[in-house]
Design a binder for this molecule. Structure first.
Ligand code: AHR
Length: 676
């Protein structure tokens, strides 16, 4: 039995309760939301082999090779001559000694190039054509130790074919040409490639640039964009952005997560180098084993938030990186604090400010709204205990310049009392929870007992980690139970967001290597298709069906279940541990009188629950009910079965101030009741 006291619904639900968290992990942007289709477009992703690139020849009798130039740390002089700017120092060289038919370079994309019917792709690249002769050398340069290679004449000017081709080379899906001018200096060319209406969508394709003439060709910044969300330049993948917009998140926490910090101090998110034309973005070492192109730069994050109607929650680098290096508070930390102030100015400053004017030049004159800035990420890992001083230095500088901004501490007092900030409490602290479903069910009520006089809580990363690469129904039941706890306590929880958001689910068929680093993610995709996990739907519904007031309630006779004991339980002599099976939260819109009741039944049998609405003058007899459910806990969605578990909406009858309802096994149910 659940008693809901509607008359006592006077605590506000946080207006920013549900949002999103993002970082470059699992190919979230490169090979994910960022729509660029070319992998390793400026050839910096590897030091020796041009990752993602290969040589293609129409006839095996052609003589040609490709070589990565200038990616090594100490670049020889003749290789440095091929740099375009400080961002584009490496390039790809195609040497064609004999061309029998077309010869060229191919890019495999991020586990395939997606081909869709009647679609126009924008290709662009820098290219130059030269001959092959021994380079001129300064007198002090060492003589080459290898004999000179035979001279190749420069026959490069003329048409260059640009195409999207099946991986077996047999089907050309789209084709165009550029006319390479006679010049030994770089020039950027662009061409549109359009597919026919009758082709079947596939990702078994590659991008090819080819020639039928001898010479030495150099390539850089090779780019291929499909149509993007709202046709934004340097924009986002449409299907993924639509899924996010559908969630109606209130905020976007970026750029991490670990990605904010990087493994070393020099790998922190280099926001200044992520601004402006992509030709000026060198990319940087990510935190998850691959390089980030930084095509998804600071402005793109902000536009992403804007597209969703969400507010940015900006994580600023706080002088601590994942491998443990840190900068102590004091004068050495000042440049980092100044950098954060510049970053905030880029986000919020008007065009009279230095960085606000830069943002305007980058295409967005209007400042973005910013209420929350998070200082670092998970600084409880900092064993030197330097966070107290670092946080204080950042907070004081930020509050002095931006009094309306709230600084979030990454060390919650409840979990790390010895490490949390001393003196003046942080106004908001960020708590992270990665748990299994048992732990979620056991702790779903943890916030009921939290001190209301302490800091507000940002649950900045949380997830039930069951199922991979995207989570399953049981995880969604863990998540839903946990969310009922956050929602009932949303006077305290100002914001919450699941992590990680994205996963590229591809597996390389040649070596079995997975595209992802973190099992248990919310939204899965490959180059062509995407889908939401059961939890994606649960989160979307929780946010859609949400009032502005918390309806307090009590439960009687909630069914319980025994959870398996851990080693620690046995060591402590615990013999039985029960956790609830049924969870609820209720909120109300105090203007419309609509009440949103969420019920989670985590186990295998139906549950009949009596629901009493106290303090209402009656209800409409019919209500809308939306249910996410399945037959067994490991039911899930996938690329091949994207809609195995999706919400079902129905109208239910017999709603009164006191009514009884039976909830399906393994289900999350939301009832929208019109009260009077
Ligand atoms: O969400 C994955 C990682 O988990 C985040 O990068 C980090 O903040 C946390 O440890």
């Amino acid at each position: 039995e659940i008693n809901l006291n509607v008359a006592q619904a006077n605590k506000d639900v946080s207006p920013m309760l549900y949002g999103l968290m993002t970082e470059e992990i699992n190919h979230s942007y490169d090979g994910g939301l960022y729509a660029e289709l070319i992998r390793n477009r400026i050839f910096k992703d590897s030091k020796t082999e041009p990752e993602g690139w290969s040589l293609v020849k129409e006839n095996s009798s052609s003589q040609a090779d490709i070589k990565l130039i200038g990616a090594q740390e100490h670049v020889p002089n003749d290789e440095r001559r091929n740099a375009i700017n400080s961002a584009m120092q490496a390039c790809l060289r195609l040497t064609v000694e004999k061309a029998d038919g077309n010869v060229g370079i191919a890019n495999e994309g991020y586990w395939g190039i997606p081909v869709k019917p009647s679609t126009t792709y924008k290709a662009s690249f820098y290219i130059k054509g030269t001959d092959r002769r021994e380079p001129l050398r300064w007198p002090w340069e060492p003589k080459p130790t290898t004999p000179p290679l035979p001279v190749i004449e420069n026959n490069t000017p003329g048409p260059i074919t640009v195409s999207i081709v099946s991986n077996d080379g047999k089907t050309v899906y789209a084709k165009g040409t550029i006319n390479l001018e006679k010049s030994t200096y770089w020039k950027q060319y662009e061409v549109n490639l359009t597919t026919a209406a009758d082709i079947k969508p596939t990702k078994d394709a590659r991008f090819v640039i080819s020639t039928d003439r001898v010479g030495v060709y150099y390539f850089n910044l090779v780019s291929l964009f499909p149509p993007t969300y709202n046709n934004q330049p340097n924009g986002f993948r449409t299907d993924l952005m639509n899924m996010l917009v559908d969630m109606k998140p209130k905020f976007l926490r970026f750029p991490g997560g670990n990605f904010l910090e990087g493994p070393k101090l020099t790998d922190a998110f280099p926001w200044k180098e992520t601004l402006g034309p992509i030709a000026n973005r060198p990319g940087h070492n990510g935190s998850w084993g691959y390089r980030a192109s930084d095509g998804m730069g600071l402005l793109e994050f902000l536009l992403w938030a804007e597209n969703m109607g969400a507010e940015p929650v900006l994580g600023v680098y706080a002088g601590y990186s994942l491998e443990g290096d840190h900068v102590d508070a004091g004068p050495l930390l000042k440049p980092y604090v100044d950098d954060a102030l510049d970053e905030i100015e880029y986000v919020t400053g008007d065009t009279t400010t230095y960085w606000g004017a830069k943002r305007a030049r980058d295409g967005h004159p209007a400042p973005f709204k910013l209420q929350y800035v998070e200082i670092g990420n998970e600084d409880w890992f900092d064993r030197s205990n330097s966070y107290d001083g670092r946080f204080k230095q950042f907070r004081e500088a930020i509050e002095a310049k931006y009094p309306n901004i709230t600084c979030i501490s990454t060390i919650p007092k409840t979990q790390y009392p010895a490490m949390s900030v001393k003196g003046k409490d942080a106004d908001v602290v960020d708590e992270h929870y990665y748990r299994d479903s048992w732990d979620m069910w056991e702790n779903a009520s943890q916030y009921d007992a939290y001190d209301r006089n302490g800091p507000k809580i940002f649950v900045g990363e949380w997830a039930t980690r069951e199922g991979k690469p995207t989570t399953n129904l049981n995880a969604a039941l863990g998540d839903a139970a946990w969310m009922t706890g956050m929602e009932r306590n949303s006077d305290l929880i100002v914001m919450s967001c699941y992590a990680p958001l994205f996963v590229n689910v591809s597996i390389d068929s040649s070596n079995g290597k997975r595209a992802w680093q973190w099992d248990s993610d919310l939204i899965g995709y490959d180059a062509l298709n995407s889908y939401g996990s059961p939890s994606y739907y649960v989160q979307k519904l929780f946010n859609h069906y949400l009032g502005n007031k918390i309806v307090p309630g009590t439960v009687k006779n909630t069914p319980v279940q025994n959870r398996p004991l851990t080693k620690q339980d046995s060591a402590k002599g615990v013999t039985v541990k029960t956790v609830p099976m049924l969870f609820y939260a209720a909120t109300m819109n105090d203007t419309t009188g609509v009440l949103y009741l969420k019920i989670v039944n985590t186990k295998a049998k139906k549950e009949t629950v009596k629901i009493n609405l106290e303090g209402v003058n009656g209800t409409e007899p019919e209500a809308t009910m939306v249910v996410v459910k399945g037959n067994k806990p490991d039911d899930t969605n996938s690329i091949t079965e994207p809609e195995n578990i999706v919400p079902e909406t129905s109208t239910i009858k017999g709603i009164k101030s006191s009514f009884t309802k039976t909830f399906d096994p393994f289900s999350v149910s939301i009832i929208e009741i019109k009260t009077r």
